[in-house]
Design a protein around this ligand. Sequence first.
Ligand code: MN
Length: 250
Amino acid sequence: MSFSRRDLLGQAAVATAAVAAFPALAGDTKSLQPATTTTAPATTAAAPVATGGPFALMALPYTDVDLAPVISQNTVGFHYGKHHLGYVNKLNELVTGKDWEKKSLLDCMKGTYGTDNVGIYNNSAQTWNHDFYWQSMKKAGGGACPAGKLADAIKAAFGDQAGFATEFSKAATGQFGSGWAWLVAKDGKLSVAKTSNADNPVVLNLGTPLLVVDVWEHAYYLDYQNKRADYVTAFLDKLVNWDFAIKNFG
Ligand code: MN
């Protein structure tokens, strides 16, 4: 099989368009403290695109270098461009020709939880979890929650911001094996939860998720090796997107 010159030119045009579109997704352009002094270009990677099917790979709300040096471009490239994309592609493959292909991501996840449909459950939940994870971070984020309703709820539940960080880190580092640590709200009260593999507070009915950190090894191993605690501390200090958590808290 060979490609005609026209095919190759067409593919190049698509790739160029993807590169051009990726920086436009950058959200925070007015951060006070650049997270990095890297001289890398704004982005060097074309945005990955899911193969055919009803579910698309969520666009990152920033470029692939914006989380560096806390999370490197290399980690984003593998985590978003291989792992997250892989879940979306696998989900598309599994739902093809089934009723699930007409349902929302959330309905696929909730409808297959606890059933024999383990493949659709794992891949829909992992797609949903990763969408939530990327939005839980922003360039030059982290630190204390800005004053307001959520900050008050943090104080009520954990004593203060440091108390929240301690509880969240404990959940994230205490999760044995692959999983996630969450800040959740139920009836206006906050708590921290940890979940295994693809599970999340939505299917486990633990409350409304506000924030999440991915503690699967693929999320941090290239940058932190076995030091999960250092990754979680850096996530809390430098990446948390409190605007997202505040929006989710309502
Ligand atoms: Mn992950």
